[in-house]
Design a protein around this ligand. Sequence first.
Ligand code: B1M
Length: 211
Amino acid sequence: MSLEAIYEAVLSGDAGTTEAKVKAALEANTPPEDVLYKSCIPAMEEVGRLFEEGEKFVPEMLISARAMQAAMRLLKPLLLQADIKTLGKVVMGTVAGDLHDIGKNLVSMMLEGSGFEVIDLGTDVSPQRFVDAVREHQPQVIGMSALLTTTMPSMRATVEALKEAGLREGVRVMIGGAPITQDFADKIGADGFAPDASSATRRAKALVGTT
Ligand code: B1M
């Protein structure tokens, strides 16, 4: 079964096999959503579980992430809607000190697929860079991602920096990432939280008033 083979390839960090199996699955008309949600993401979740149990180490996480990115390169064009209409601009980034970008890229991709224009600032984005990007691009939404408990405070710092710059009223703030909760979003004064990429799209639409 090709989805299982993709799961195994991502889990073992074999980018070449991942790419070949994803290509084969797509050629066999497997929906790209199934490849993503039934094999790639569960494989990364398993990598995390094994890391927590001390059975995998950082280099292994990294090679699994590279395999996942090989899959994403093939899946992205198919997941994006052909007929893109702009619902609004989203400035997106992984917060300062944090280099995890797979989830952030997935959220960006889903937002683009549903019609948002995404300005992706990448990883390790300081509060000041978010502020500068809001000034430059005038987005309706800024999206912040954090995967580390130690980088969550940078989300609060960014909200504060937006306030200090006098920009907070003009932009909605959405946050997400594995350690983030609605409670945390409420505490730092964010406008929205989403636990995954598809709900992030719904949340962003609600924030710009299109649902
Ligand atoms: Co890191 N890492 N990592 N890591 N890593 C975690 C996050 C960890 C939970 C693993 C573990 O201990 N089980 C742990 C954090 C513990 C904690 O803080 N409590 C951890 C650690 C400790 C570290 C290092 C400190 C390890 C070390 O060096 N000792 C180090 C930190 C580096 C840094 O950032 N400064 C580190 C490094 C790395 C790699 C570089 C090896 C690699 C990242 C590669 C990359 O991203 N390019 C990596 C990986 C791959 C992981 C795990 C295994 C997988 C993360 C991932 O990509 N998940 C992760 C374990 C885990 O999460 N189970 C782990 C798949 C992705 C699709 O899910 O990112 O959650 P996720 O995104 C989801 C949702 O959260 C949500 O939607 C996405 C799609 O559904 N979402 C949003 C995300 N952003 C959103 C934004 C939104 C809305 C929704 O609105 C704006």
